[in-house]
Write a protein that binds this ligand. Structure first.
Ligand code: CP
Length: 304
């Protein structure tokens, strides 16, 4: 398959190969000269139809570290605003001899749809509330780096599971690697199909934190929901926010993750986000090596 559309299309061996390749690139980007010439013959278009800081810059940097030619497209400044369709937009860009497309889009399934209509490798950089495969890969890679392995670890994903592509991709990735997964959040922010995903479900944050080795804290995605989903931000923070006092009351030290962007003081306080228990900036750093690995492996298939 010449695409990375979701973790649900991968197997355990695919993830191991991506991690081993990322190990190599992590070593490369720590050298004084952080580049390799591997993809001098590849051109990549980064198409962002939704806002991004980490994913957009991380993909661009990964592509540049691999010596690919890179073009960036942001829908807000494009002819999409004049009514041009997604397929027309992408086919016009591809006619400029582009080999690979990295796309973030607000609609679930946008990457799969595009892969059926255009001739290029597609990497999903987040499609609505569906999947965010490179985020889940960098999350698992960061757990592996911190705790030695992912298999056998207990990971709780806390917060707005309903609207989270990070949650779904993480559930798939963690389960493939043999981790135990729990989701914890208000009932109104859990999807109806949650019991079909093979995860534990908990609505009591203290019980969830006492169970886990790792807590992945999610942002409440107000932009994707009706305000009536949960009574108030203050109540959310009281019941599902993590603070230092709460962590200190546990009988063990757990690892804290967050995909970003953080709403400081809502799902996580600054003293936790900036503590040694948190690996939030390690996740961001690992994102470059993981994206280099994903792009390199896909480009190898294009070249075959
Ligand atoms: N984690 C993540 O996807 O962040 P951005 O929305 O800033 O890319």
């Amino acid at each position: 398959v010449n695409h990375l559309l979701g973790i649900k299309y991968l197997n355990k061996k695919d993830i191991q190969l991506i991690f081993e390749t990322a190990d190599h690139f992590k070593e490369v980007i720590n050298r004084p000269i952080k580049k390799v010439p591997s993809l001098r013959d590849i051109t990549i278009a980064n198409l962002f139809f939704e806002n991004s800081t980490r994913t957009k810059l991380s993909f661009e940097l990964a592509e540049k570290r691999l010596s690919a030619d890179v073009i960036n497209f942001s829908s807000a400044q494009s002819s999409v605003k004049k009514g041009e369709t997604l397929i027309d937009t992408v086919n016009n860009i591809l006619s400029m001899k582009v080999d690979m497309v990295v796309m973030r889009h607000p609609n679930p399934g946008a990457g799969v749809f595009l892969s059926k209509h255009v001739k290029a490798s597609i990497i999903n950089a987040g499609d609505g509330a569906h999947e965010h495969p490179t985020q889940a890969l960098l999350d698992s890679y960061s757990i592996r780096e911190k705790l030695g392995e992912v298999g056998g670890k207990k990971v709780v994903i806390v917060g707005d599971i309903l609207h989270s592509r990070v949650a779904l991709s993480n559930i798939f990735a963690l389960q493939l690697q043999g981790a135990e997964v729990m989701v914890c959040g208000p009932k109104t922010l859990l999807p109806k199909y949650i019991n079909k995903l093979g995860v534990k479900v908990e609505t009591n944050l203290i019980k969830a934190l006492n169970w886990c080795d790792v807590a992945n804290m999610l942002r409440v995605q107000n932009e994707r929901m009706d305000i009536s989903y949960f009574p108030s931000t203050r109540e959310y923070t009281q019941q599902f926010g993590v603070n230092k006092e709460l962590l200190d009351s546990l009988n063990k030290e757990i690892t804290i993750m967050h995909p970003g962007p953080i709403n400081r003081g809502v799902e996580i306080t600054s003293d936790v986000a900036d503590s040694k228990q948190a690996i939030i900036l390690d996740q961001v750093q690992n994102g470059v090596a993981i994206r280099m690995a994903a792009i390199y492996l896909l480009a190898s298939k294009i070249k075959q």
